[in-house]
Design a protein around this ligand. Structure first.
Ligand SMILES: Cc1cc2nc3c(=O)[nH]c(=O)nc-3n(C[C@H](O)[C@H](O)[C@H](O)COP(=O)(O)O)c2cc1C
Length: 194
């Protein structure tokens, strides 16, 4: 049986000039697409996400870019958060984005690609993302820590460290397997005329 195609939203966590984590974000987006999943990369650089004041569900006129993010989260079967570690946590830009929503995340499968310039793969960012996901009443799932990101990817985004090819492939399959558990089953159409 062919695995169903999922709606995957990859969320890029940083907007810094010269950012490195955009490379694994683009790579994993392409990998999901190659595996037949309907995948979009949400890059905050393409939006003007305001500093948080109120949640989307608490206002009658949410900022259009917050609203766009909310609609994409609602449509997604799985979120893939791509985030480096900033000062032993997640980047403030990402926390600000995530805080704009709350009910939209409920029951969604979360997964994580964490990134560091050194050898620890952003594990403290990962730990904080797990806690945040649980607060959302969502499901923390597979992760792929990327260490030494500037050795793993070239400045043009090319994957240099080939050991990551298999790791990304395994991650994509693990996310799909995990997310399928939480996708509502298709409603059976009753047969008529009996
Ligand atoms: C503000 C800032 C804080 C950082 N803090 C940490 C840290 O606590 N631990 C760590 O392993 N790397 C830390 N780093 C290194 C980043 O994880 C690494 O540079 C990564 O590539 C940053 O992602 P970006 O290129 O998308 O901005 C920090 C980098 C920045 C810019």
């Amino acid at each position: 049986m062919t695995a169903p195609s999922l709606q995957i939203l990859v969320v890029q966590g940083t907007i810094r000039e010269g950012r490195s984590s955009i490379h694994p974000a683009r790579y994993v987006t392409d990998s999901f697409r190659e595996n037949g999943h309907n995948t979009e990369l949400f890059d905050m650089r393409d939006y003007e996400i305001p500093l948080f004041r109120n949640r989307r569900d608490a206002v009658s006129d949410p900022h259009p870019d917050v609203d766009a993010f909310g609609q994409k989260v609602e449509a997604a079967d799985a979120l893939v958060i791509v985030a480096p570690e900033y000062n032993h946590s997640i980047p403030g830009t990402l926390k600000n984005l995530l805080d704009h929503l709350y009910p939209e995340y409920e029951n969604t499968a979360f997964s994580y690609v964490t990134v560091s310039a050194g050898g620890f793969g952003g594990v403290r960012a990962l730990s904080h993302l797990h806690d945040i996901t649980l607060e959302f009443n969502a499901h923390p799932g597979p992760d792929l820590p990327v260490s030494n990101v500037r050795d793993a990817f070239g400045e043009d985004g090319t994957l240099i460290d080939e050991t990551y090819e298999d790791r990304f492939e395994e991650f994509v399959e693990a996310v799909a397997d995990y997310a399928e558990q939480f996708v509502p089953a298709a409603v059976d159409t009753p047969e008529t005329g009996i």
